[in-house]
Design a binder for this molecule. Structure first.
Ligand code: C2E
Ligand code: MG
Ligand code: MG
Ligand code: MG
Length: 284
């Protein structure tokens, strides 16, 4: 049988589909030994205070440095891990790495940074989640208030009450809680009011270049004012320009995270940049 001509749309679609399936298969073949092999790397991105640029905290972000598959950003494997359940192991692995790196104490402040860790709703809804988290954090001797748990807004799309119940347990245990990517999901203002969160991370979509800058600014201002009224700490994500910094300052946003300050860096580089001595523990 002859192959369809290369310029045929269907053939191209077919090839793209086969490539995607192939990558999925290869990822699933490698995930277990990747964990054992320490191929998942801890990257850290700073959160900075807009008043003076000082460091307000850091977010832990995973990268997969795979000898077989190359360097993979989270969006290329996390959705798959959420489907096949491997995300639970990965989230706990990242938590362990963060706990091992405690305390991250910049010479400039002398105070340990709060580091935030992303948790999938899949992980949070697993039986025994809170107990397992406590084993890791308490086992490493890390104070609960040094860890911030980030949950993306879309995690509340189903079983809202089950997710909220877990958050309430975490809150009662003294962990800090952040809602991530606010503005990308469908959470109602009513949900926001009843969630036990400390931090609202405003999605970078609110900063996107828009044909009507005045209207975008009004929306952003409304979100910031509302979060402030609810007593939440506001972090704006994806800040890339000095102009955006100036606008956020004007609107009263206290903290920002984005390439304008730094991209996510490997732990070692992050420590070097902020003059943070090594915590000394290397093993896992
Ligand atoms: P997120 O938690 O919202 O993390 C912020 C993302 O925005 C990161 O993407 C970061 O690199 C990116 N970012 C930061 N500043 C800028 C900027 O100025 N401009 C632009 N264009 N992007 C910026 P990253 O590292 O690729 O991670 C993507 C998502 O993957 C994360 O979004 C988070 O939802 C998920 N993720 C990462 N690590 C983990 C993990 O350990 N567990 C789980 N469950 N999810 C993770
Ligand atoms: Mg996050
Ligand atoms: Mg986010
Ligand atoms: Mg996200």
């Amino acid at each position: 049988m002859k192959e369809a001509p290369a310029e045929g749309g269907i053939a191209r679609y077919d090839q793209a589909f086969r490539d995607a399936v192939d990558l999925k298969n290869r990822i699933e073949r490698h995930e277990d030994h990747a964990l054992a092999n320490r191929e998942f790397a801890l990257y850290l991105q700073p959160k900075n205070r807009l008043a003076n640029g000082s460091l307000a905290g850091a977010e832990a972000l995973v990268r997969w440095e795979s000898p077989e598959l190359g360097f993979l950003p989270p969006n290329s494997f996390i959705p798959l891990f959420e489907k096949n359940g491997f995300i639970v192991q990965l989230d706990f692995y990242m938590l362990k790495r963060v706990c091992q790196s405690y305390p991250m104490t910049p010479a400039s402040s002398g105070e340990a940074l709060v580091v935030s860790v992303n948790f999938s709703r899949v992980t949070i809804l697993r039986d025994g989640f809170v107990e397992r988290l406590l084993r890791v954090v308490d086992g490493a001797g890390v104070p609960h208030e040094a860890i911030e748990i980030e949950i993306t807004e879309s995690a509340f799309v189903m079983d809202e009450d089950a997710v909220i119940a877990k958050l309430e347990m975490l809150k009662a245990l003294g962990f800090r809680l952040a809602m991530d990517d606010f503005g990308t999901g469908y959470s109602s203002l009513n949900l926001l009011r009843k969630l036990p969160i400390d931090v609202l991370k405003i999605d970078r979509g609110f900063l996107a270049e828009n044909t009507d800058a005045e209207r975008s600014r009004s929306v952003l201002k409304g979100v910031i004012d509302m979060a402030r009224d609810l007593g939440l700490t506001i972090v704006c994500e994806g800040v890339e320009t000095e102009g955006q910094i100036a606008m956020l300052r004007e609107l009263g946003c206290p903290i920002a995270q984005g390439f304008v300050f730094s991209k996510p860096l490997p732990e070692r580089e992050f420590r070097k940049l902020y003059d943070i001595p090594d915590s000394g523990s290397e093993s896992l």
